[in-house]
Design a protein around this ligand. Structure first.
Ligand code: AMP
Length: 193
């Protein structure tokens, strides 16, 4: 039973037990950019982690450690920063990578799922043949805010008949309570703000 909820808990335990100084170094590297992309938003810029080879390794290794025991056959990454973490994780695990993209970006036939933004609605898409029924996947994005984007991605994965073993984020903005939007899916975030 390597793919049980217990394994999903291990995913979070791995993050919890990641050396404290590693967590602190990753945390310290996140750059706060006020009022981007619009007034009132404090943007968490992860590019300093990407540009530092040691920190990038630490981040990818922690995703990989968390996902290794879950018996997945694909990593699904969310447009666009989820690709930066998800693709190396898939490579390291020796599984496939599937992009969830904003509407109109994928070339082939797509399944789509809508979600609410502060004003209006957005749509994410996945190729209709990206996942097979019964596949287990890990969903990866850089940051959990309200959870709308990840919830739409989960909807897409489940429309294909696949199962989300866990959702992994580098950062969780806890004060936005995005977890509430993700139902019973096991969730793990490395850094909480
Ligand atoms: P949400 O759907 O509200 O959970 O938003 C998550 C998506 O928006 C992720 O793909 C993030 O990359 C992006 N995002 C939302 N809020 C922020 C923030 N404060 N800083 C950086 N990225 C953010």
């Amino acid at each position: 039973m390597c793919c049980s909820l217990a394994s999903a808990r291990n995913l979070c335990d791995n993050a919890r037990y990641m050396a404290t100084d590693h967590i602190q170094r990753l945390r310290a590297a996140i750059r706060d950019v006020p009022d981007f992309p619009k007034p009132g938003i404090l943007f968490k810029d992860i590019t300093p982690i990407l540009s530092d080879p040691e920190l990038f390794h630490l981040a990818i290794d922690s995703f990989v450690d968390g996902a290794r025991a879950l018996g997945i056959s694909k990593v699904v990454g969310i447009d666009a920063r989820g690709f930066l973490f998800g693709a190396p994780v898939a490579y390291m695990l020796g599984v496939g990578f599937v992009p969830v993209r904003k509407k109109g970006k994928l070339p082939y036939r797509c399944e789509s799922a809508a979600y609410q933004l502060e004003y209006g609605e957005a749509v994410v898409e996945m190729h209709v043949d990206a996942l097979q029924a019964g596949e287990r996947v890990v969903l990866i994005d850089d940051l959990l805010a309200t959870g709308g984007t990840a919830a739409a991605a989960i909807k897409l994965i489940e429309k294909m008949g696949a199962q989300v073993a866990a959702v992994q984020f580098l950062i969780e903005l806890e004060f936005l309570h995005g977890r509430k939007n993700l139902g019973a899916t096991p969730i793990c975030a490395l850094l909480n703000f």
